[in-house]
Design a protein around this ligand. Structure first.
Ligand code: GUN
Length: 283
């Protein structure tokens, strides 16, 4: 039976450490601040944004939520971002995705100052990540790396298979695994014989957004399985991208949903906000 990787516990430990760090910064007159922009009424986005605000409060980060209507003009959103770029006590800016269809996501993300880009989605940060330079790193894959490291799981020389090529998770996860000397395969919707590829993985990362897609027989005996999926089922319960009941019989370690990757994403957002505040205050 697989070891269940407890993301909730690790995230809570990290948050404790971050709180200590915030207290220290405050004695030096620095209060980290995060601005979160929510456009429209996507119910899942609202839940995420509220969770982020609450997590900030708990560690002593000042968080401001800006709610814009679904039909807001792009230039209005960008002008808010520019104002926040120039507000010294805002150290991090996060625009919750997805955005309404009439708004060009790329234009919006590129408007955020790379130094305040706590999601690590700006091409400046993604580019620096890709060449192995210090950067603000996307929170979900960053959280996955922390989970692997804290479990003492070897990455170097292992075959890591990432299922999903999103800019938010799959692509940056692949870059981070490569940086840690894994042999990396990225799979996606056009990959042929997907389960033949996933069965070769020593480390399998599922980030596709399809409930229970990865079955037990897609997994190599003893593999490490990281499940990024958060899928709401018709009965209201949550399921990952991995069939957990099957997978835990085969894997050596696996993250649950909920309580695996999700809490780590928020912990890394707090980490990035504090990191951004420190860098901005020392410039
Ligand atoms: N939507 C889904 N995941 C994320 C994330 O990590 N950051 C932002 N801003 N939006 C998201």
């Amino acid at each position: 039976m697989a070891k269940i990787i407890d993301g909730k516990a690790l995230a809570s430990k990290i948050r404790q450490e971050l709180k200590t760090e915030v207290d220290k910064l405050k004695t030096n007159g620095i209060k980290p601040g995060l601005a979160v922009i929510l456009v429209g009424n996507n119910p899942a986005s609202k839940v995420y944004v509220n969770a982020k605000g609450k997590a900030c409060e708990e560690v002593g980060i000042n968080s401001l939520q800006h709610n814009l209507p679904e039909n807001v003009e792009q230039k209005e959103l960008i002008s808010l971002i520019q104002r926040l770029n120039n507000t010294p006590d805002v150290h991090g800016i996060l625009v919750q995705l997805p955005l309404p269809a009439h708004i060009d996501e790329e234009n919006v993300l590129e408007a955020i100052s790379p130094y305040k880009d706590v999601d690590g989605f700006h091409p400046f940060n993604i580019g620096r990540l890709a060449i192995g330079k210090p950067a603000l790193q996307p929170c979900t894959p960053f959280g996955i790396m922390k989970l692997l490291e804290s479990e003492g799981l070897e990455i170097s020389g292992k075959h890591a298979v990432v299922v999903g090529r999103s800019n938010i998770v799959g692509k940056p996860a692949a870059i981070m695994l490569l940086e840690r000397h894994a042999t990396v395969t990225i799979c996606h919707s056009r990959t042929k014989n997907l389960s033949d590829v996933t069965r070769q993985a020593d480390i399998l990362i599922a980030a596709v957004g399809r409930p229970k897609m990865v079955k037990g027989d897609w997994i190599k005996k003893g593999a490490i399985v990281i499940d990024v999926g958060v899928n709401r089922l018709e009965n209201g319960s949550l399921a990952g991208d991995v069939d957990f009941e099957e997978a835990k019989q085969i894997a050596s370690a696996i993250t649950p949903v909920p309580g695996g990757v999700g809490p780590m994403t928020i912990a890394m957002l707090l980490n990035n906000t504090i990191e951004a505040a420190k860098r901005q205050s020392s410039r």
